[in-house]
Design a binder for this molecule. Structure first.
Ligand SMILES: Cc1cc2nc3c(=O)[nH]c(=O)nc-3n(C[C@H](O)[C@H](O)[C@H](O)COP(=O)(O)O)c2cc1C
Length: 189
């Protein structure tokens, strides 16, 4: 059974982002996966302090000095076979708490631990405004995971105008993602 971590961020638990997350998760669980949801807005995640004149224990020990929920979530991600990253689009980017988490994660994993490298990920950006900035948000998410050597299986833009046809597609996407992980598909690039 594949273990999937779904890291998502929006303050709304019944908005566009939550609906997209629910559909993708349902596709994954219907395909037989075990899913752990990590709702970043409900967790305590401080922003990086850039201690040690820029690099702290993250560079050489792969740990962060801040005592909050970061380390526990990091451990959950290490255990996962696949990671799904879902953010609401704010300012053509991921949300502030998503940024705070990703900033600290890449500092710990990019050089020292490399424990997330080669994990296959799905990126989903949900824009409830004009839809402007959805692709930039996906690009930023992908840049973050690439610094850690993770790979994007898919990059999915959800906007309020495509909601009706994207929600069923997200369900199918979840199913396909799990069967692809089970079949051991290659993603060498
Ligand atoms: C600070 C802020 C910035 C936002 N920036 C954008 C944006 O750049 N593009 C866009 O289409 N929507 C933008 N929105 C709208 C969000 O994408 C919208 O709240 C969306 O529905 C997020 O998903 P939710 O339904 O889960 O809240 C912004 C919202 C906030 C609060």
């Amino acid at each position: 059974m594949k273990k999937i971590a779904v890291v998502w961020s929006s303050p709304n638990t019944d908005g566009l982002t939550a609906s997209a997350k629910d559909q993708f998760v349902k596709g994954c669980t219907d395909a037989g996966a075990e899913v752990q949801e990590i709702h970043l807005n409900r967790r305590k995640i401080e922003h990086c302090r850039a201690c040690g004149n820029g690099w702290g224990t993250c560079r050489n020990e792969g740990t962060c000095i801040i005592k909050d929920d970061f380390a526990e979530i990091y451990d959950q991600l290490k255990e996962a076979d696949g990671i799904v990253w879902i953010s609401a689009v704010y300012w053509s980017d991921m949300t502030e708490c998503f940024k705070a988490f990703l900033d600290r994660l890449r500092r710990c994993d990019a050089f020292c631990n490399r424990s997330l490298a080669e994990k296959r990920c799905v990126l989903i950006a949900c824009a409830g405004g004009t839809g402007n900035g959805t692709l930039e948000c996906l690009t930023q998410l992908e840049r973050g995971i690439k610094h850690m050597g993770m790979r994007a299986f898919d990059r999915i833009p959800v906007v309020r105008y495509n909601r009706d046809y994207m929600l069923p597609a997200l369900y199918e996407g979840g199913r396909t993602y799990i069967s692809s992980l089970e079949n051991g598909f290659d993603m060498f690039y």
